[in-house]
Design a protein. Structure first.
Lengths: 132, 132
């Protein structure tokens, strides 16, 4: 992209979200109180629009191919405390307060990132650092 | 996916990264000391392999279509403190210590997420919360 376009994207006040070719942006959700990274998910334009309009996180489920209001079945509704965009406007950071049991992961953990990758003979292995 | 496959992905010790159709996984990098979310970027299999082998974050630049060792030009090398994978093994969380000036963003901020999205008449607007 040109310098002028880059400067507008990076320093301008206009929100011009850049979706990928598949129509999605990646969003990382963190617990607004603790700062813990809870999950990473995707939004299409409709999910982003509904999130901005309602203050509740909506995502696009790639596996189910449908709009998904987080917490509809689990109660783990994510209320937006602050939504940020990155320098080139192709990724989102959501600081959220979580309803229900306060978790985000369907396995029962607070965060989806409950396993550490460790090098081992024959390849990398996973170590669980948060029990279900 | 079947329940058995999901259980293996979610609770097994085998690291079986699931790349998207475009061969990429999303990775969120956070400052290991402060917990601040620094940036979000992508890895292909080679970037992930080099990251695991060297302990230094490598990414795949979608805009430049090439492997990218973060910090090669900026000095903002990201040393891996801990690498985690999420429940369905399609996203990564890297806790890193940053070399150089300690930042991650090419605009001069520590984090790429320096702007808040705010609703406004006529659409959402951006407010800078961290000066360059």
């Amino acid at each position: 992209m040109s310098g002028a376009v880059a400067n507008q994207l990076e320093e301008g006040a206009a929100f011009t979200p850049r979706f990928s070719a598949d129509g999605l942006m990646t969003c990382v959700a963190v617990d607004a109180a603790s700062g813990e990274v809870l999950m990473l998910a995707h939004m299409n334009a409709e999910a982003l629009e509904k999130t901005l309009a309602t203050g509740v996180m909506h995502y696009w489920s790639r596996s189910r191919q449908r709009l998904w209001r987080k917490g509809d079945t689990s109660g783990q509704v994510q209320n937006v405390v602050e939504l940020r965009v990155d320098c080139d406007q192709d990724a989102l950071l959501a600081r959220v307060s979580v309803g229900g049991d306060g978790g985000a992961c369907h396995t029962g953990r607070r965060s989806c990132f409950y396993r550490r990758i460790e090098s081992a003979a024959g390849g990398a292995r996973l170590t669980v650092i948060d029990a279900p």
